[in-house]
Design a protein around this ligand. Structure first.
Ligand code: ADP
Length: 488
């Protein structure tokens, strides 16, 4: 029974009770007081029944609303309120689920856009941190993107008007108001023009950036989609200055090696031809054999020095750095060199620091470097003069000095003294050599031990090489790193 039927039923019931009451009073079967009490009790009972019925309905609605199946269409509801509320709730839930879906889509889209923006920022920052310049042009040859490294290859269109009158080079978005330098514009134009023949072209050019001129290589690549429709062109520009320098150095090295080997070899060939002629007296022949022997010694020295340098530089020789006391290494080097000094009647003095000089070095390599410096000092110092080896502590470094009183090095030769195969022309005749000894010393001190080497010299007065090696044992450094800060 729905609510209105219940109301009507209650009203009819109360009317019937009041009629029966009136009849009973009129027929004097009951007193008016009793009739009033009967009417009051009947109304109260009817009202209680109605309230109870409404309460039952409400309970059913609540149960119905709590039912997870409520949202299912076509579900039979038990009563009027249930039907209304269930329907409303169903509608509410439908629109709610639509709302949820929209919100979810919005949230998902937001997250997706954020992640794409993050990725884009990451890609841009990676591209901006590249040393290689990247320029991307769209299918209309308009500049779409350029990273920071490529900025130096962009010029404003007004600058370009001044630098070239060729309108075919006018590339770049008007909004950006920038275009590429003529070398790249030409490469781009050719790459696009010859798209059918090849999808990639390259060029090398010299360019001055911030006042520094260098060699660059640019590679342009046409981009197309899966249907071979043109998407644009990407140009990658690399500074190949170092590569070019390395190539030049390599060529110079090979030519120096060839030259150094050629000189003794042509000497040997000439002496052998003289001997083969058979015109030589026995003592002349002996002299020629002596020359040949010297040249072979020179070749052996050269090959050994080259091998030594190449093996150390290329890392074939393992670097074994350990904790040592510097003066121990210097004493060993002094012992090796003393007989050579004595042969030339050179006064050799080792003035080593009284302090303990802890160093973390490859004992053999550093020893070899000191021996090279001492042997040069003795080689280029006339007989009877002096050579000194000193060590001392200075701040956080150990200093080694090799000082001689020899022929010295002219000022114009000082900048080249550590170059491979460099020999001071003025000193060339006074001693045999390869010009590789100081290059090796420089490598051992700077590259292997993170130290430094410098030279001061005066012609006919002498030369002083100063080597600086960082002080400290590895073990101490490790302990220092592990120790907690003093104020902790
Ligand atoms: P080399 O085998 O010719 O000695 P180095 O590389 O050891 O090769 O030295 C390069 C050049 O530097 C030498 O040829 C020499 O002219 C010069 N030189 C090196 N040390 C001294 C020195 N103590 N006094 C004068 N000239 C030196």
């Amino acid at each position: 029974m729905n609510l209105s039927a219940k109301y009507w039923f209650l009203i009819l019931l109360l009317l019937t009770v009041s009629c029966v009451d009136n009849l009973l009073v009129m027929s004097q079967m009951v007193s008016p007081g009793y009739a009033l009490a009967i009417a009051f009790i009947s109304s109260l009972a009817g009202w209680a029944w109605l309230m109870k019925s409404i309460e039952n309905d409400q309970q059913q609605i609540t149960a119905c609303l709590r039912n997870p199946e409520l949202a299912r269409p076509g579900l039979q509801r038990k009563n009027f309120y249930g039907n209304i509320f269930a329907e409303a709730i169903h509608k509410m839930e439908e629109s709610d689920s639509e709302l949820t879906t929209t919100n979810q889509v919005k949230t998902m889209l937001k997250a997706r856009v954020n992640s794409l923006l993050k990725k884009e920022a990451l890609v841009e920052s990676v591209l901006d941190n590249l040393e290689t310049g990247i320029l991307v042009f769209d299918a209309k040859q308009e500049l779409d993107f350029s990273n920071q490294a490529a900025n130096s290859f962009l010029i404003t269109e007004s600058d370009q008007d001044l630098s070239t009158s060729d309108s075919s080079l006018s590339l770049g978005k008007p909004a950006v108001e920038k275009t590429v330098i003529p070398e790249l514009a030409k490469l781009l134009a050719k790459t696009i023009e010859r798209r059918e023949a090849t999808f990639r072209r390259r060029t090398e050019f010299e360019f001055t950036c911030n006042g520094v001129s260098s060699q660059y290589r640019a590679i342009a690549t046409n981009l197309s989609d899966e249907n071979q429709a043109a998407l644009g062109t990407v140009v990658v520009v690399e500074n190949i200055g170092e590569e070019a320098d390395e190539k030049t150095q390599h060529a110079e090295f090979v030519s120096s090696v060839a030259h150094e080997l050629k000189t003794p070899m042509s000497g040997i060939k000439a002496y052998i031809e003289m001997l083969l002629d058979g015109d030589c007296e026995p003592d002349e022949a002996e002299e020629l054999y002596g020359f040949i022997n010297d040249q072979i010694d020179r070749l052996t020295r050269l090959v050994n020095s080259m091998l030594n340098l190449a093996r150390i530089e290329s890392g074939v020789v393992e670097i074994k750095r350990h904790d040592h006391e510097l003066n121990d290494i210097l004493k060993t080097a002094s012992d090796v060199i003393s007989p050579t000094a004595a042969e030339k009647e050179i006064t050799f003095t080792a003035e080593l620091s009284d302090m303990y000089l802890p160093v973390f070095v490859d004992k053999d390599m550093l020893g070899q470097a000191i021996i090279n410096l001492l042997s040069n000092a003795i080689k280029y110092t006339p007989n009877g003069r002096e050579v000194r080896l000193r060590s001392r502590m200075e701040d956080t470094s150990a200093i080694i000095e090799v000082r001689d009183t020899g022929m010295g090095i002219p000022e114009n030769s000082l900048p080249h003294i550590f170059d491979r195969f460099y020999r001071v022309p003025e000193n060339n005749r006074s001693a045999a050599g390869t010009g590789l000894g100081l290059a090796l010393v420089h490598f051992i001190v700077t590259n292997v031990h993170n130290g430094s080497i410098s030279v001061q010299s005066r012609v006919d007065e002498g030369t002083c090489f100063t080597v600086t090696i960082p002080l400290g044992h590895k073990e101490q450094k490790r302990k220092k790193q592990l120790a907690p800060p003093a104020n902790a």
